[in-house]
Design a binder for this molecule. Structure first.
Ligand SMILES: Nc1ncnc2c1ncn2[C@@H]1O[C@H](COP(=O)(O)OP(=O)(O)OP(=O)(O)O)[C@@H](O)[C@H]1O
Length: 348
């Protein structure tokens, strides 16, 4: 088996490459430009090249920045403009890393693609299952839940049972410094994680302007500066003086209003998933099911119903209101991912 290791320049993928090489696998490295390559990107490639040369591993560089723009950044901007809170990393995995990069790796004769994600694959072929990584703090299975099962069956996650601190210290022991500092920002293409500034600079279409802030009964209590600037559950910065603290509970693109309400309005009872990616056939799902609607959130018990074009998750306990556009991932009690989908809306 020939393994293409997707390397970002960061700690996790570099150590994944080293582990596979040390285990004697036939490996090569693939680095993708997801953004138009600038001096820093070329420096990263030069750094990767010297680490790969030292390991005796070929490095291939792919320029995917146009595709990344079309398939990840443009939908990210469009989703914000329509009141959603998109999850570009969850979209990048099926379209880019396990999409175009995977296709290119196959053309280069790879049978498998390895990444530095903290997640596990158990089983093979149609029986391959995506499972939470062992390090609960770093587990990234949530972000992988939109990757098709056939692709995950060909994925290798060398860090499946590693925790981040051990990865760092093992690299140090070997005297290897990755070209990129690790865990620099949340979304790789949003400088300083300032998504509002990013949207203002990068949206080609004018973003929705100011509008009314309303309560759930429709009464107006103030003005907002553009619904895309607000986050569901946000309390600070709403700018409405009220008898009790107010939280953002909905961003309504149709009439450009922001709905706010007291804390008691935040919990929801159910949410709908669209663009559902089934990872385990439904007839094999256990009785007890759990859903996660945000990264690093504890999965909560749910009952699930197949609806027209999607899944409805009914929480058996009140659940923090998820943001439409985020990912809903369905798990078993032991952390196997059964399905993932994009949250379209929630209900109380
Ligand atoms: N530009 C890239 N080219 C190739 N593979 C990439 C690139 N960016 C990320 N990856 C792959 O996707 C994995 C997860 O990416 P993520 O951005 O979540 O990085 P990370 O967990 O900080 O890992 P790393 O420390 O390797 O950057 C990486 O470990 C790597 O295998």
């Amino acid at each position: 088996m020939k393994i293409a290791v997707a390397v970002s320049g960061g700690t996790d993928s570099l150590f994944s490459l080293i582990l596979l090489k040390e285990q004697g696998h036939d490996v090569f490295a693939v680095h993708a430009f997801f953004l138009p390559p600038d001096d820093k990107a070329h420096e990263t490639v030069a750094g990767l090249q010297s680490r790969c040369d030292a390991l005796g591993v070929p490095l291939h560089v792919l320029d995917l920045h146009k595709e990344f723009q079309q398939q990840v950044i443009d939908p990210f901007i469009a989703a914000y403009a329509t009141g959603k809170t998109p999850n570009p990393c969850a979209l990048c995995n099926p379209t880019m890393k396990f999409g175009l990069l995977f296709d290119r790796a196959k053309e280069l004769d790879a049978s498998h693609v390895a990444t530095g994600h903290y997640a596990r694959i158990q089983g093979e072929g149609a029986d391959a299952r995506l499972i939470r990584g062992t390090d609960p703090v770093k587990d990234q299975s949530y972000f992988l839940s939109l990757v098709p099962q056939e692709r995950l069956a060909k994925a290798i996650f060398p860090l499946d049972s590693w925790c981040k601190t051990d990865v760092r210290s093992e690299l140090e022991k070997r005297g290897i410094v990755p070209p990129l500092p690790s865990d620099s920002q949340e979304i790789c293409f949003v400088p300083g994680d300032d998504y509002c500034a990013f949207l203002e600079h990068r949206s080609l279409e004018p973003l929705p302007g100011p509008g009314k802030i309303i309560l759930e009964d429709g009464s107006a209590v103030g003005r907002h500066n553009g619904i895309w600037r607000y986050t569901l559950g946000q309390r600070r910065g709403i700018g409405v003086a009220w008898k009790e603290p107010l939280y953002v509970i909905a961003k309504n693109a149709e009439d450009n209003t922001l709905t706010v309400g007291p804390k008691s309005s935040l919990p929801i009872a159910c949410c709908q998933l669209r663009e559902v990616n089934i990872l385990v056939p439904q007839d094999q799902w256990p009785e007890k099911l759990y859903a996660q609607t945000h990264y690093r959130q504890k999965a909560r018990p749910v009952e699930v119903e197949l609806t027209d074009g999607g899944l409805e998750l009914r929480f058996t306990e009140a659940h923090t209101r998820p943001a439409p556009g985020q990912i809903g991932a369905l798990y078993t009690e032991d952390g196997t991912v059964l399905a993932g989908g994009v949250i379209s809306h929630s209900c109380r």
